[in-house]
Write a protein that binds this ligand. Structure first.
Ligand code: ACK
Length: 304
């Protein structure tokens, strides 16, 4: 059976249970669509809310890899990673069961048009940056596995009911090999967030995530997406705009006007500078994530 070799503790859900929780994958319970398949909301009989990722048979990499991946994810536990409760492999279904995140994704909160009435104030935005940085520092440096996420972006950061950020979607995560670098043949990632050396040469290290983190941080400060042109300004992407504003010595123009004047200007400027340091074209010049955490907390100096 497919279940052989799998930690049974991890694969603890039956298809029956998940069908009951999601009302037989009712379209009304669909949260969205990812590269891997659909995500449904569900409620277990004990009242626990869950999010079920249904891996589409087209995108699935084969059961063996799927099993490896679950083994990997279930070994990861951190307050800033979306918690995996378990999984289910039955028939042709491959399902991952995660904790439910009440406030959807960071992208939804920052760029969502209708329906996202979430107002992220400055302390919340700063908290979100620190949280993502801690989650990544754990993945890169503290977890036994040393993992590069490869697809850090605002849609892969979810917010719980306290607006605590948690990194999701480890579908693309890769073990950081011993030499800390390898050439990847299958480039996976998202336009606007991908480090140039990875996008162009497939050169993948944890510094690719640092770059993506820098982009996400600029999005958090500005409330603008780096995947769309900054229409009412100079027509460039967010990161390019930031670099131009740096030259003009007017980085504060980047700050989201929705924040009004009630925000910590020193903290915002620090965050923008850290973000630009993270997006340096040279991976070696980028800080590692634990340094980023220290810089964000004001415990380490930042480079201009
Ligand atoms: O921005 P969203 O509403 O939040 O749209 C995406 C969609 O599913 C595809 O990834 C949502 N989603 C993913 N995982 C979860 C989760 N654990 N809890 C709540 N929503 C989730 C995500």
């Amino acid at each position: 059976q497919e279940l052989r070799g799998l930690d049974l503790q991890t694969c603890s859900f039956t298809l029956r249970q998940i069908k009951a929780a999601t009302n037989n994958f009712d379209a009304a319970n669909k949260l969205g669509e990812g590269g891997f398949g659909s995500v449904y909301k569900g409620v277990l009989t004990d009242g626990t809310a869950i999010a079920v990722k249904q891996l589409s048979s087209k995108s699935k990499q084969g059961n063996r890899e799927f099993v490896n991946e679950i083994g990997m994810i279930s070994a990861l536990q951190h307050p800033h990673l979306v918690n995996l409760y378990g999984c289910c492999i039955e028939g042709n279904q491959l399902l991952l069961v995660y904790e439910y995140m009440e406030n959807n994704s960071l992208a939804h909160a920052l760029f969502g048009q209708e329906g996202s009435e979430l107002e992220l104030d400055w302390p919340t935005r700063h908290k979100i940056c620190v949280g993502i940085a801690r989650g990544l520092a754990y993945l890169h440096e503290e977890s036994r596995l040393k993992i590069v996420h490869r697809d850090i972006k605002a849609t892969n950061v979810l917010l719980d009911k306290e607006l605590t950020p948690k990194i999701s979607d480890f579908g693309l995560a890769k073990l950081d090999e011993e030499e800390k670098s390898h050439i990847s043949t299958r480039i996976a990632g998202t336009f606007g967030y991908m480090a140039p050396e990875y996008a162009m040469r497939g050169h993948l290290t944890d510094k690719a995530d640092v770059y993506s983190f820098g982009v996400v941080s600029l999005e958090i400060v500005s409330g603008r997406s780096n995947t769309t042109l900054w229409a009412n300004s100079d027509g460039s992407y967010l990161l390019d705009s930031a670099l131009k504003l740096k030259e003009k010595n007017s980085l504060m123009e980047l700050v989201d006007p929705r924040l009004g004047s009630n925000f910590n200007k020193g903290e915002a400027l620090r965050l923008i500078k850290i973000a630009l340091h993270c997006t340096n074209v040279s991976p070696a010049a980028r800080p590692n994530m634990s340094s980023v955490v220290s810089m964000l907390e004001g415990k380490q100096d930042i480079e201009d």
